[in-house]
Ligand binder design. Structure first.
Ligand SMILES: [Mg+2]
Length: 154
């Protein structure tokens, strides 16, 4: 898959999926962007309307998972420790879903996809947003010195 927007609720329902565990960084949003785009919000809404529950399942240990969860009005887990299975099992139990009713989507083979493969989920890999969007890469390069400066200051 090129990106998340190729995934439709109809497609997921055809696979028997009801719960979609979504990686955050470089899957839903570039790592350096803190605001959900209108396109992302619309895609999430489309999933919900189509009977799929989107759920942020992130290894990020910072504030980003909560920030995006609030903007998108979805539940989230941070520090998921993908590809480990502990948090995955916890979420499936809480949501009352089997692995066959659950899909995972992400940009990393050895975290997102491996987590799904071990757990028996329908696993979807997308290209990392940063790598296929030169504008974001450029912006990251331009921001880099300031990010270091901000870190030292903060
Ligand atoms: Mg990622």
């Amino acid at each position: 898959m090129h990106d998340i927007y190729e995934i439709t609720p109809e497609f997921l329902r055809e696979q028997g999926v009801e719960l979609l565990l979504m990686d955050l960084d470089n899957t839903l949003s570039p790592y350096i962007v803190d605001d959900a785009t209108d396109g992302l919000k619309a895609w999430i809404e489309d999933l919900k309307q189509g009977g799929i529950e989107p759920f942020i399942f992130s290894n990020n240990k910072g504030d980003r998972p909560a920030m995006f969860a609030e903007q998108l009005n979805v539940e989230f887990v941070k520090l998921a420790k993908k590809p480990r299975q502990g948090m995955l099992h916890t979420v499936l139990e809480q949501k009352g879903k089997t692995p066959a009713q659950t899909a995972i989507i992400g940009d990393q083979i050895y975290t997102d996809v491996l987590c799904g493969a071990i757990g028996g989920l329908y696993s979807i890999v997308v290209r990392p947003i940063l790598l296929h969007n030169p504008l974001h890469a450029l912006r990251y390069g331009a921001e880099f010195p300031f990010r270091i400066f901000a870190k030292q200051k903060g």
